[in-house]
Design a protein. Structure first.
Length: 152
């Protein structure tokens, strides 16, 4: 986890630096043609500056989480200088060999998206309900029916 928090902290520092440079640059530059009757003579472009700051805060939040977790767990092989590839071998997790639920989630999200685009509230509500049901189907796929995983 130490590697992850260093990467996120580096990206966050870059984004905060980019926000500072972007804010100073847009404050120093004005309208390319001067004032054209609308009274705009320059100033900070707030949308881009705030977007960069919020992105930096999001990366800082992820870096803080990984740093918090890294303090509480033992070092993994990829975090140690003397770690070997064979130390990381073993069961990673269970992955579904074939499931149709992701297609259902995508179709439901597309229906909800169409409802949002055309502002049909009933289609949006139907799509969101379908997203919830298909997500639950994906989540509980191996806990119900005949597809129980082998007991360990």
């Amino acid at each position: 986890m130490r590697t992850e928090y260093k990467i996120f902290a580096g990206v966050a520092a870059f984004l905060f630096g980019a926000a500072l440079v972007y804010g100073l640059y847009t404050d120093g530059t004005g309208n390319a043609s001067g004032t054209n009757g609308d009274g705009f003579e320059g100033g900070v472009e707030w949308v881009g500056t705030v977007a960069l700051i919020l992105s930096g805060l999001l990366c800082s939040m992820c870096a803080g989480f990984f740093w918090f977790v890294a303090r509480r767990i033992d070092l993994r092989p990829e975090d140690r200088e003397d770690g070997e590839i064979a130390e990381g071998a073993g069961e990673v997790g269970f992955f579904s060999p074939g499931s149709y639920w992701p297609f259902g989630i995508a179709l439901s999200a597309a229906i909800a998206g169409l409802g949002l685009v055309f502002w049909m509230w009933w289609l949006l509500a139907f799509g969101l309900i379908c997203v919830i049901f298909s997500s639950c189907g994906l989540l509980f796929e191996y806990y119900t029916g005949t597809r129980h995983p082998a007991e360990h």
